[in-house]
Design a protein. Structure first.
Length: 98
């Protein structure tokens, strides 16, 4: 299915959770409050004001290809044959910097 996020929405693909720390401690999945994901599509941003035909938009916190931490939730969708979910920009907890 081809879909395009609108407003301040993003489509993210969840990365497989790590179930073990580098020290060897096993982590239960239920204890994780946020999930690492890869951004696969980004909306244009929420409209802040409209002046004639021009719109000022809020900048998005991430771009396509960024690895982010996302709070649980969102709407599950299938995007280009992959299981993904649509989340709000405010649900992005952090963006991984390289």
């Amino acid at each position: 299915m081809n879909i395009r996020p609108l407003g301040d929405k993003l489509i993210v693909r969840d990365d497989p959770p790590k179930n073990k720390t580098t020290g060897g401690i096993l982590l239960p999945i239920k204890s994780q409050t946020s999930v690492q994901a890869t951004v696969v599509a980004v909306g244009p941003g929420r409209i802040l004001s409209q002046e004639g035909i021009r719109c000022r938009r809020n900048p998005m916190p991430a771009k396509v290809g960024d690895i982010v931490l996302v709070a649980k939730g969102g709407t599950p969708v299938e995007y280009k044959g992959q299981k993904c979910r649509i989340v709000d920009a405010q649900d992005i907890v952090a963006v991984r910097e390289f």
